[in-house]
Design a protein around this ligand. Structure first.
Ligand SMILES: Nc1ncnc2c1ncn2[C@@H]1O[C@H](COP(=O)(O)OP(=O)(O)O)[C@@H](O)[C@H]1O
Ligand SMILES: [Mg+2]
Length: 295
């Protein structure tokens, strides 16, 4: 007997969709890796549009929040949908509660308060040029990154130096987070640690293209499999342990070195790319985790 498991996707990622995105090959890579573990475990992974009829989604005992790359444009509807599925008895991984908490980078404050190693951050609502000037002094640094609290793909991100500061009258149009620019991003890169059901699975290192500091593939960033040191794995585990509530079925902990130790840049538990090509056991680990939740 096989059990059907739903993989929530969106028009931008579903195979055959007329509006499929150019980077949706990541969806295919992830699906292929999961099926490799799911099929032998008696799990049939079905890609499905999260916008579809509720009855098509409640047909699954468990759904994975897969490649819902458009959820930020419909956030309230998306969270309501996850809650509705749970209310109708579907196991949703990760849960609506965890997704809600994870959708605003203010969660980093919770992780920090719980003892995770984090990057020093100021949290101004809509910073002015004066706020940016004060942030240079606050951190005692010459370069700053200003980011949106809600967002992905480095969208809306600004970088300033003391010589190249925002002009008088400038204001950032979003709830922001301001961090010192950490030179490790160009010298060493950023790490991603993948955890399945709280257990470390695999890690990669992402480096930016020459002349850039953003490691995203959109800006020419590259990734490679690595064999992290025990102390770097321990740093990522320290982050996983501070996540409130349930143990996430899947999580990707993005980290950067700061003052010699890894600090968390992001802890992604909504629709992270899990770098399946660098983690050959991903499908099997996910299948085992799903079977444990179904019990
Ligand atoms: N404090 C920082 N120092 C250096 N680079 C940073 C810093 N914050 C962000 N970056 C760069 O910008 C990228 C995007 O920032 P991130 O916080 O991961 O947001 P998101 O991936 O959600 O857009 C990072 O992957 C990194 O390349
Ligand atoms: Mg990121």
């Amino acid at each position: 007997m096989t059990t059907r498991i739903g993989f929530l996707a969106c028009p931008g990622t579903l195979p055959g969709s007329p509006v499929r995105r150019a980077d949706a090959f990541e969806h295919d890579v992830q699906i292929e890796a999961l099926r490799k573990g799911f099929t032998p475990a008696g799990l049939d992974l079905v890609e499905i549009d999260w916008h579809g009829e509720i009855e098509t989604l409640t047909a699954f005992p468990l759904v994975l929040v897969g490649t819902v790359w458009d959820y930020q444009d419909h956030e309230a509807a998306f969270l309501a949908r996850l809650e509705e599925l749970a209310a109708r008895g579907v196991i949703v991984c990760n849960s609506a509660e965890l997704v809600r908490w994870n959708s605003d980078k203010s969660y980093l404050r919770d992780l920090s308060a719980a003892g995770a190693p984090t990057i020093p951050t100021l949290w101004p609502d809509a910073p002015s040029s004066e706020d940016i000037a004060a942030a240079f002094d606050h951190f005692g640094c010459d370069r700053l990154v200003v980011k949106r609290r809600v967002g992905a793909g480095a969208e809306g991100q600004e970088i300033f130096s003391r010589e190249n500061a925002p002009p008088a009258g400038w204001r950032y149009g979003h709830r922001a987070m301001v961090q010192p620019f950490l030179p490790a991003i160009v010298e060493e890169g950023e790490y991603s640690f993948v955890f399945i059901d709280g257990q470390f699975s695999h890690a990669i290192r992402k480096t930016a293209a020459a002349g850039d500091y953003r490691i995203q593939s959109l800006y020419g960033g590259k990734e490679e499999a690595i064999d992290p040191t025990p102390s770097d794995i321990a740093a990522a585990e320290a982050v996983i342990r501070t996540i409130p509530g349930e143990v996430p079925l899947y999580a990707r902990i993005d980290m950067i070195r700061h003052d010699g130790a890894l600090a968390v840049m992001e802890a992604e538990m909504i629709e992270p790319y899990l770098y399946p090509r660098q983690g050959p056991h991903l499908g099997q680990l996910m299948a085992e985790a799903v079977l444990r939740r179904l019990k």
